[in-house]
Write a protein that binds this ligand. Structure first.
Ligand SMILES: [Zn+2]
Length: 308
């Protein structure tokens, strides 16, 4: 996390958290809302580090370098519980409570939980969390990460302080990424709005190349049913490790990027535009709880129709 960049790209979030940290008065729960790309996870970690760091800067944020900061970055403390499931269920919330009550607090006496993708959580888990939020302990607070706050219960929203994030800045992210990857990867990830940290994490995973290559292959043969079969049989297969929202989203973003770069020269201007809308609609659908494979099948079929 680059704090200077954080200050520049998310000035309102920066100021709000800085004031709370300086006053030593954090909300019982924060809802960080923003696109997956907007460094919400990194800011959540920085906030956690800032609560415990003995060497905070003048704005109240952690130094990010001391022993304490490193421990929280490695997620080694029982006082911080980070739940990063795609769809949080009631049992996950109960487990979280159980883990907190089963362990003694470390020094500092504060406890924090982070719930990722909370706008995808089951209604049951929201109700379980509500009970948790209704009796907040003095030293317990939560950070809920969501893409769209409107997909959460209003009763949850009203108990959280909402902080809205903006997507990362294109030029900054692209320049920085060019130090670790090729120009095309950097351009695609920056245009798609990923933060540098998130993009770096994706590039370091071998799935990234598989998805980039299969997106290229798919776009090249976009008129043909064979391209669809290839995706269905070799890439997004039921129960495979890469059939997750995050990877499906990345693959669609690759296809979108390639179509916008006019990699497929046989398509007319109008066909191109129609495909772009289908891809964007599918990305919107992914923000809700959906059956991934069904969602993809519908998308392949609509695109084939446009091409014929
Ligand atoms: Zn520190």
């Amino acid at each position: 996390m680059d704090k200077e960049q954080f200050k520049k790209t998310q000035p309102i979030v920066y100021k709000t958290l800085s004031n709370a940290l300086k006053r030593g008065h954090l909300a019982h729960a924060y809802m960080f809302a923003g696109p997956k790309s907007a460094s919400v996870q990194e800011v959540a970690l920085l906030l956690i580090q800032s609560v415990f760091c003995p060497h905070r800067d003048k704005d109240g944020f952690a130094c990010m370098e001391c022993e304490s900061c490193k421990r929280y970055a490695a997620n080694e403390s029982v006082d911080v519980q980070w739940v990063d499931k795609e769809r949080i269920k009631k049992q996950d919330i109960l487990d979280l409570q159980e883990r907190f009550s089963a362990t003694a607090k470390e020094k500092g006496g504060k406890r924090i939980y982070v719930l990722e993708n909370f706008d995808q959580a089951t209604p049951d888990s929201s109700n379980a969390l509500l009970k948790f939020l209704e009796e907040p302990g003095e030293d317990l607070f939560g950070i809920l990460l969501v893409e769209n706050p409107n997909n959460t219960l209003t009763t949850i929203q009203s108990r959280c302080q909402l902080l809205q994030f903006r997507a990362g800045s294109y030029r900054y992210v692209k320049n920085k990424l060019e130090n670790i990857t090729n120009e095309e990867n950097a351009d695609m990830l920056a245009r798609s709005g990923y933060s540098y940290e998130k993009a770096k994490q994706l590039i370091e995973d071998e799935t990234f190349e598989i998805l980039r290559d299969s997106a290229k292959q798919y776009v090249k043969n976009i008129h043909s049913l064979r391209a669809v079969y290839f995706m269905q049989r070799n890439v997004f297969v039921a129960k495979s490790d890469i059939t997750t929202k995050e990877w499906v989203r990345l693959w669609i973003l690759w296809v979108l990027y390639l179509i916008r770069q006019k990699e497929q020269t046989e398509l007319s201007f109008e066909q191109n535009n129609k495909i772009v809308s289908i891809l964007i609609e599918t990305l919107d659908l992914l923000a809700r709880p959906v059956d991934l494979l069904l969602c993809l099948d519908k998308m392949y079929a609509s695109i084939l129709k446009v091409c014929r």
